[in-house]
Design a protein around this ligand. Structure first.
Ligand code: DX5
Ligand code: ZN
Length: 216
C-alpha cells in the first residue's frame, strides 16, 4: 500500500471552509484530518461538533478525527453521528483504554490511539492487537506550524517492530511538522499515513503540494 495523505483542516481558511474542502476533494489527498481541542488536554481550543456536522455533507473523503480532549469516552457516539470514520483518542487521556477502543468499534468506527512525543511505544504492548491505527505525535499537540521532533523516526522503528511481533493490522500515522524534508524520512521509516497542516495550506499551490507528498 502506498502511503496516505491526510491534510489537517486546522490550517484551512476558516472564513471559507467550503473552498478548502473542495480543494481536498479534488486533490490526491486520502482523508480529512480534523483536530478537536478542548483547552484542557491541550492549551488551545479549535473547533467542535457543529463544524464537523456542517462540513461532512461537503466532504468526499473519510474523516480522521483527532480528539485532543479529556475523557473522550463521553463523546464517542456524538463524533460518530457528526461524521467521524476514524476516531483517535490520546493514550494520556484514557484511564480505561481497552473499554474506549471497544466503544469506538461498537459505533462502527476505526479506532486509533495517539501518543504524545514523550509517551513510549512500549505502553501499547497489550492493546496494539485491537487497534486500527496508532498516531504518533511528532510535535507537542495543540498548534500547527511547529518544528518536527526527530525522535519520532526512532518511535516508528519501535512501533513497526511491535506491530509485526503482535501480528497487528494497525496503520502508523504521523502528525506534526510534516513537509517535503520530513515526509520522505517518515515514509522510508514505515509511516502509512502523513498528516500535514501548515505545509499544505500555507503553500502557494496546495493541490500540487499534496500531490508531491503523495508521490514521494
Ligand atoms: C497539532 C495537530 C496537527 C496540526 C499539524 O496538535 O494535531 O494535526 O494541524 O500541523 P502542522 O502540519 O502544521 O505541524
Ligand atoms: Zn492532529
Amino acid at each position: 500500500m502506498s502511503h496516505l495523505i491526510a491534510p489537517s483542516m486546522l490550517s484551512a481558511d476558516f472564513t471559507n471552509l467550503q473552498k478548502d474542502i473542495e480543494l481536498i476533494n479534488n486533490s490526491e489527498a486520502d482523508w480529512f484530518h480534523l483536530d478537536i481541542m478542548d483547552g484542557v488536554f491541550v492549551p488551545n481550543i479549535s473547533f467542535g461538533i457543529p463544524i464537523l456536522e456542517a462540513i461532512k455533507p461537503l466532504a468526499k473523503k473519510p474523516f480522521d478525527v483527532h480528539l485532543m480532549i479529556v475523557q473522550p469516552d463521553r463523546y464517542i457516539e456524538t463524533f460518530h453521528k457528526a461524521g467521524a470514520d476514524w476516531l483517535n483518542v490520546h493514550y494520556e487521556a484514557c484511564t480505561h483504554l481497552h473499554r474506549t477502543v471497544e466503544a469506538i468499534h461498537n459505533q462502527g468506527m476505526k479506532a486509533g490511539v495517539t501518543l504524545n512525543p514523550h509517551t513510549p511505544v512500549s505502553l501499547l504492548e497489550d492493546i496494539i492487537q485491537d487497534l486500527d491505527l496508532v498516531l504518533l505525535m511528532s510535535v507537542n499537540p495543540g498548534f500547527g506550524g511547529q518544528k518536527f521532533i526527530k525522535n519520532t523516526i526512532h518511535k516508528i522503528d519501535q512501533l513497526k517492530e511491535l506491530i509485526l511481533r503482535k501480528n497487528s493490522k494497525a496503520l502508523i500515522e504521523i502528525d506534526g511538522g510534516v513537509d517535503n524534508i520530513t515526509a520522505p524520512m517518515l515514509v522510508s521509516a514505515g509511516a502509512d499515513v502523513l498528516v500535514s497542516g501548515s505545509y499544505v495550506f500555507k503553500s502557494t499551490d496546495p493541490k500540487t503540494t499534496i500531490k508531491d507528498l503523495k508521490n514521494l
